[in-house]
Every structure is written in C-alpha cells, then in structure tokens.
Design a protein around this ligand. Structure first.
Ligand code: SF4
Length: 237
C-alpha cells in the first residue's frame, strides 16, 4: 500500500493514494455528512469517558480498558495513580502488587506486564513524556493503533480515528465500510471526511455504538440516524 505522509503531524496516514476506483460515491459522502450532522446535534460534546489528567494517565487507562468498561477502569485508576504517579514509578512497580490493584479490569496479568514495560519504555526512551506520533506510540508495549489513536486524538488534539469494536460495528451497519479489519475501517472513514472531523466523529460513533446501536439489541426505535441506516437487519422504528 502506498502511504501518504500527513504533513500535519508528520506521520504516515493509512489513507492510500486515491484512485478513481477507490473514491467513495457522492451519495455515500452525502449520507455521511447527514449522519455526522445528526450525531453532532445529539452529542454536541462527545466526551472521552476514561478519567485522566495527563497523556500518561490516559495511556495507562486506555491499556486497562481493553476488554473492560470505562466505568470499571475509572474505579481502579484513582488508587493506581496515587500509588504510581510517574512512568518511572510504574516501571519499578512490584508485579504482584500491581496485579492486585488492577485485578478487577480483567486480563490483569498481561496488563500489569504491559504497564510496567510501558513505564520503562516511556522513561528510558522518551524522558518520561508520552510520545505524540503514531510511529513512536505503537513501539510501546501494550499499545496498538487503536490505543495510539486514543492518545493522539484526546491527549494531543491530533486528528485521529479510533476503531474499537463499537466503531467497527456501527460503521459497517451504516454502510460506511464493508470491512471487519480495524485498519481498513480506519482507512475508509479517513477517506470519507476531512481530518478536522475525524476525532469527534469517531468518538460520536463509538458512543452511538455503546449506548444505542448495541451489538445484540440495537435500539433502532430511538436511533437518531435511523433513516440513514441501510442495514437490512435493523429493527422497526
Ligand atoms: S437504525 Fe439500528 S442498526 Fe441502524 S444505526 Fe440505528 S441503531 Fe444501529
């Protein structure tokens, strides 16, 4: 795939060079604009639900949020951040103690290892500052493209599209992508809208998936984008 260098933050975008064949139809763009407008009206401030006071805290909270609710993570992080204030302190954590602190978030053994390794990497390679490029972020233990996009968009104000399980599902139901591959979904959404809308739109789609377009029982009756949803299995309104 040919990568285009994004001059705004000097990182490779996933957007491939456009070909006429890959251009989305004007109908699709128009539909997306309508969906974006409605979601903006219904969710004017699509707030990140993970509590944090710094890029480092957001990074830790995002690693903990894998396979776990934001509410649960928010119950754990206050005591975690009191015990380990800086990346270097987490890097030196006693593994069993850290495991106990984060146990309720699930997969705590792996998460504890990742947090200690991440604390070490941020301390040793980045002077205790969370890096702010995609290329650097994804070198950190426990950090993939999704987590990196959370940090870029919410901690550093850079355009980013977070593709989690909700965004993937909703984007597909709304006909904005045909793919189940998160990287491909990210590309498809990037291609459909200007960078300035990426972060807020993907956060709105995420919240829409979390609270309305649920995996098993989508709440189509109350869905604000119902008439723009082409999903054949959608319920009545
Ligand atoms: S109409 Fe139903 S399936 Fe379509 S986006 Fe809304 S909640 Fe999801």
């Amino acid at each position: 795939m040919h990568l285009v260098l994004n001059p705004l933050h000097n990182r490779p975008s996933l957007v491939p060079a456009m070909t006429t064949k890959s251009l989305p139809s004007s109908d699709l763009r128009k539909r997306l604009r309508e969906i974006a407008k409605i979601l903006q009206r219904t969710m004017p401030s699509p707030n990140m639900e993970l509590d944090h006071r710094s890029p480092w805290e957001l990074l830790v909270a995002t690693i903990l949020s894998a396979q776990c609710t934001d509410q649960r993570v928010n119950q754990v992080t206050p005591s975690l951040f009191r015990r380990y204030r800086q990346p270097a302190e987490l890097a030196a954590a006693h593994l069993p103690e850290l495991e106990q602190l984060i146990r309720s978030t699930g997969f705590f053994k792996n998460k504890a290892k990742h947090l200690i390794a991440c604390g070490k990497a941020v301390t040793e390679r980045f002077g205790e500052q969370v890096p702010h490029t995609m290329d650097e972020l994804i070198t950190l233990p426990g950090v993939g493209r999704k987590t990196a996009n959370v940090i870029l968009g919410n901690a550093f104000g850079q355009p980013s599209i977070v593709v989690d399980t909700h965004v993937k599902r909703v984007a597909k139901r709304l006909g904005l992508t045909r793919s189940d591959n998160p990287d491909r979904v990210e590309q498809d959404l990037q291609r459909l809208m200007p960078e300035s809308q990426w972060t807020a739109f993907s956060q709105r789609v995420l919240l829409h998936g979390r609270y309305v377009c649920l995996a098993r029982k989508p709440q189509c009756r109350i869905c604000p984008v119902y008439r723009h949803c082409p999903w054949k299995e959608k319920g009545p309104q």
